[in-house]
Design a binder for this molecule. Structure first.
Ligand code: SF4
Length: 463
């Protein structure tokens, strides 16, 4: 997920049909303390629903977790609820299985659990445990993902289950990303379905909530969200739930947004791309060494993902969280920006995001503001047209979109609130230059480059 901004409880946008409502960003401590109260206020507007499931548990670090699959009554209930489904993209190796959804490519013996904690080998078949059982559901402003060049000012139904294939030391959503489905959901008792007319659920009800793909699309329609985001934790870890929901959403004219660390195999991504309309990909650093230390991952698969999204015509924006002592070196930022310009082109936005102490890096200070503005200068000098700074107040034009030709401000924002738009369709109102992005929902959903889906006046994919 885009750890810079799309924190599950970091804001209270309530966009619905009328554009985002700006609220003071709240701290995690405040959110946990007051979250349900705040949601009651939002729900009274009929515009938002949110819950973070309670959780507690361990944090194994090895690839695959031996003998950790649910058994007995828990496994029976999980199957009866429909929360356990045969997984996609895996192969059988005798009674073992190998998952090929993300580059961890876990090999699991019977009763083992994958590194993301969401998949288990039962009798030689790989199952996902998080089908239709989100632990977080919320309506956000699309700007919070962050996506600044995709349907600005609209609301997005945002869903997440537990799990992630990474172990980021700075994870802002570790309460769900570093948990098993069984630690965020409860299959006992009567099933709960979300009634959009009464969107506030108790913690116990939320733990029993089932929201299968059709339910999710119904909820998005109810709240008049033109898109659904798979976000907060790592949606690649709930791939099967995501792709089935995305398929159905497209059939009903709703777009799909993937907010991701980008750690996915090309095979799984190519299946997903036709159902995507936009993505925000974390490029957490430009160093394999830092990826290993900070995220327990590797750089190259992320670069491959960016190239594949580009080739497949999926609109995407990139987030780089600037973590003091880890990812704040000007030379590394310069190399990252040079790579983006050369391989992706200058028009895909780059969001630098301010680090705030979290999870295992509470001893580090927030990113100094001058480090963020220096990073923006480096990116602009490298040739990137749209560079933003997020998670911080008080930096001039941190969220403003400028026309790359005449230099005038074409979209002005304040945190997640779109204040002024100076576009005619996709073009700068002052000089007529097209601005890259997806600006209206008039065209049918799908990647921009799909056959029969050329750029339209509303949707522009440059470079
Ligand atoms: S999604 Fe990744 S981490 Fe999870 S089981 Fe598959 S390969 Fe392992």
């Amino acid at each position: 997920m885009a750890e810079g901004q799309d924190e599950v409880l970091s804001s209270q946008g309530a966009p619905g049909t009328g554009g985002p409502v700006l609220a003071r960003p709240i701290t995690r401590r405040e959110a946990i303390k007051y979250g349900l109260l705040g949601l009651a206020g939002l729900s009274s507007l009929g515009t938002a629903v949110c819950y973070l499931a309670g959780c507690a548990g361990s944090e194994p670090a090895a690839t695959g977790i031996s003998g950790d699959a649910p058994t007995g009554e828990v496994w029976d209930l999980w199957q009866r609820r429909g929360w356990a489904r045969e997984a996609a993209h895996y192969r059988k190796l005798g009674r073992n299985v190998q998952c090929n959804v993300c580059p961890n490519t876990c090999i699991l013996a019977p009763e083992d659990r994958g590194r993301c904690r969401n998949k288990v080998n039962k009798d030689g078949t790989l199952y996902t445990l998080c089908y239709g059982n989100p632990c977080s559901v919320h309506v956000d402003p699309i700007e919070k993902k962050p996506l600044f060049h995709f349907l600005p000012g609209t609301g997005v139904l945002s869903i997440a289950t537990s799990g992630c294939g990474f172990r980021c030391l700075n994870c802002q959503n570790w309460e769900i990303s570093q948990r098993k489905p069984e630690e965020t959901k409860d299959p006992t008792g009567a099933p709960v379905k979300l009634d959009p007319a009464v969107p506030l659920l108790s913690r116990a009800d939320m733990a029993r909530l089932s929201m299968f793909p059709e339910d999710a699309v119904n909820v998005a329609e109810h709240f008049k969200c033109p898109s659904i985001a798979y976000t907060y934790s790592e949606p690649t870890a709930y791939y099967e739930y995501m792709i089935d929901t995305a398929r159905l959403a497209h059939r009903r004219g709703i777009r799909n947004v993937w907010v991701t660390c980008g750690y996915i195999t090309t095979e799984a991504l190519l299946d997903l791309c036709p159902h995507l309309d936009a993505a925000n990909v974390d490029l957490k650093s430009f160093s394999d060494d830092i990826y290993a230390k900070l995220n327990s991952g590797r750089l190259q698969p992320i670069l491959d993902t960016l190239k594949t999204l580009k080739e497949q015509g999926v609109w995407f924006e990139v987030t780089n969280l600037v973590v003091p002592t880890y990812t704040d070196k000007p030379d590394m930022i310069r190399r990252m920006c040079d790579w983006l310009v050369e391989n992706i082109g200058p028009d895909h936005p780059l969001h630098f995001s301010r680090f705030h102490p979290a999870h295992k890096l509470t001893h580090l200070p927030p990113t100094p503001v001058n480090v963020l503005t220096d990073a923006r200068t480096i990116a602009r000098e490298a040739g990137l047209h749209h560079v933003y700074i997020g998670n911080v107040r008080g930096i001039a034009d941190a969220e403003t979109t400028f026309c790359p030709h005449c230099g005038k401000a074409v979209i002005e924002r304040d945190i997640y609130l779109v204040r002024n738009v100076h576009l005619d369709g996709p073009r700068c109102r002052f000089c007529g230059t097209p601005i890259a992005g997806v600006w209206t929902a008039d065209a049918p959903p799908g990647p921009l480059s799909m056959a029969g889906r050329p750029d339209t006046p509303e949707r522009v994919l440059l470079s």
